[in-house]
Each structure stands twice: as structure tokens, then as C-alpha cells.
Design a binder for this molecule. Sequence first.
Ligand SMILES: [Zn+2]
Length: 245
Amino acid sequence: MPRQPAKVHHAAPTKAANVTGLLREDIIACYFPPGTKLSFEKLMHHYGVSISTLRESLASLAVEGLVSTHLRRGFWASEVSRDDLFDLTLVRATIESKALRLCFERGGDEWEGKVLHAHHVFRKAVDRAEGGGMFGSQKQHLELHEAILSACGSDRLLELTQHLLFQTNRYRHIFHEYMASPQEHWATHLSIVEAIVARDVETACQQLARHIEESAEYLLDKTDEAEWERRLAAMHEAQAAVVSN
Ligand SMILES: [Zn+2]
């Protein structure tokens, strides 16, 4: 099940950046399930913001791929589908491998140290989160991936990887029980980190691409079209119940 819906945020007026963050969080957590029309009136009330601030936030989230827009017809939480996940995975694997390759050219001992440190912290979090699923170590997992790509030296590339990660995280929320266990995570990440320290660019890039692909393949193998439809329908029902309360 998706996490508990976010609380209503209306209170003091909020700046666009804050609203963008809150709205992003709520879309990723499927408080607004995929395909939901994002009504200006409801969102202005929900986040306590003006229409111009809201427009700015929705436009940013459209760039990130979490919101879709049709000229003059408004905004929707972007749809999800098996084909979209396949495409998203292909692009993520390509972009992140390219970014990692650049890290080998531009990153030195400091980069390696950063990766080792992030990996150590992640490993400790995985040990502590045993039985708690992937969400117990999600923050440290994210920080490890950030460290791995941190020396690429291209802000645009990093921004793009972040947008693709936001989109991936929504799939993770919808199908969290079909994600690989922390133990599986642990072995995969170790092989990437070892290849980085050994300065083995080909192995590191291959392992990172495989890691991204494997997570999606695992989910696609374990679910069929009917399961996706059931899951999405349940999310829309749950959201309708929250709204009517
Ligand atoms: Zn990972």
C-alpha cells in the first residue's frame, strides 16, 4: 500500500520552492495517484498558496516528469505504465553510466573516499533496517548513489539523473513489496564500489547499469498488467475515500 496520505498543508503562505518539494513528495507517495487531475482550486487550498506560485511549481514538476500538462486543459499527475518503466529504466541506465564514466575521468581520491564512506553508512543502515524492507535504508541508499555520481562535473547531467530518480521512486512506492531486499542491494552495491576503488571503469559502469535494470526487471517479472490495473484502481479508491472524509 502507498504510505499514509500527506497531511493538508494549508497554513502560512508557502514559497514556490517549498510547494514544489511538498507536491513532489505527495505525487511520489501517490497521495495524488497517477493520472489524477490536479485541480488548481484544491491544490491552492491544500498547500495554502496563490495560483501563480502553484503554476510555477507545477511547471517545475512537469520538467521533472512527475506532472503532465495539456495546453489550456490543466495538469495531471503523470501516468505510470509497464512501458514507461521500461523506457525510464533504459534512459536511467544510459545516463547514469555516462555520468559514472565521467567520474572516472574527473574524480580522484576524494571521490573514492566519498563513495567508500557513503557505502559504509549505507551498509550500517541496511544492518539496522533488517526486516524493515528497503525503506529503512532509503536515505542512505540515495546518498550512496549521489556519492557514486558526485564527481561527474556536469550539473545538467546530475539534474537529469535526479529527475529520473524521482520518477523511479514513484514506481518504488507503488510496488514497494516487489523491490529487491536490502541484502540483495548490499551485494550489488559492493560490486560497484569495489570496481570504483579498483579504477575498473568498464565493470563499474556495467554493474551500475545492471543494478538499475535488475530492479525494474524484478518488478516487471513479478507483476502482470492485471496487477498494475488493480493496484492503480486501489490507489484511486483510497484517495477518493480520503477526499470525501
Ligand atoms: Zn542502489
